[in-house]
Design a protein around this ligand. Structure first.
Ligand code: GRF
Length: 197
């Protein structure tokens, strides 16, 4: 580089809940030379991820359902804040087509099972782990994938497995899966962005 100022890749994290993955991603990129978490987008007032945003001094948008699904899907706001890439981390609403078209292959999601199994509408949180245990699966894991117009359907970027134990409850399996998510999601995002740079 010739010393000219250069723009970091600006990530928006979309989350609806506690935001433990969001926190790991923020931590990972806090001092990163080329990538930064620039915005938190949330659909739920009072969600833990909003406290994380304010503690970290990261701007946030609390989205309005009507505007998200029947308005501009916040495309202007995202473009206006210079967002380059969108990371879904426990975001429970479907992403509108307009937003997908505005960020083609620039939206990724993490799912707490091995897609294409145990995905689709209603398959989130402990519903996933309940279904995995009920089906008698011996392995589960995580899937990081691109987001397209259908729930849990875009191309897979990364998967990693873990055992499902005889003694597992949805909560104990969820804990094991969460650790995998935290260990892998930030680095996979980094690899993906580096490989595109
Ligand atoms: C994660 O398990 C993720 O796979 C799913 O939602 C959960 C979010 O958890 N899509 P957290 O809010 O990051 O703790």
């Amino acid at each position: 580089m010739n010393g000219a100022p250069h723009h970091k890749v600006r990530l928006a994290i979309f989350a609806s809940g506690t935001g433990t993955n969001a926190q790991k991603i923020i931590d990972y990129f806090r001092a990163h030379p080329t990538i930064q978490v620039a915005l938190i987008v949330c659909n739920k007032a009072g969600a833990g991820v909003l406290s994380i945003a304010s503690r970290e001094g990261i701007p946030h948008i609390l989205i309005d359902k009507e505007k998200f699904f029947r308005g501009n899907a916040y495309v202007d706001e995202l473009k206006g804040s210079g967002i380059d890439f969108i990371v879904l981390a426990g975001f429970l609403w479907k992403i509108p087509d307009g937003l997908i078209k505005a960020f083609p292959r620039k939206i990724v999601n993490i799912h707490p099972a091995l897609l294409p199994k145990f995905g689709g509408k209603g398959m989130y949180g402990n519903f996933v782990h309940e279904a995995v245990i009920k089906a008698g699966e011996k392995v589960s894991g995580i899937t990081i994938h691109y987001v397209d117009e259908h729930y849990d359907n875009g191309d897979t970027i990364f998967q990693v497995r873990c055992a499902v134990l005889q003694s597992d409850t949805p909560d104990s399996l969820a804990q094991r899966i969460h650790l995998l998510e935290h260990a892998h999601y930030p680095a996979i995002i980094e690899d993906l962005l580096k490989s595109r740079a």
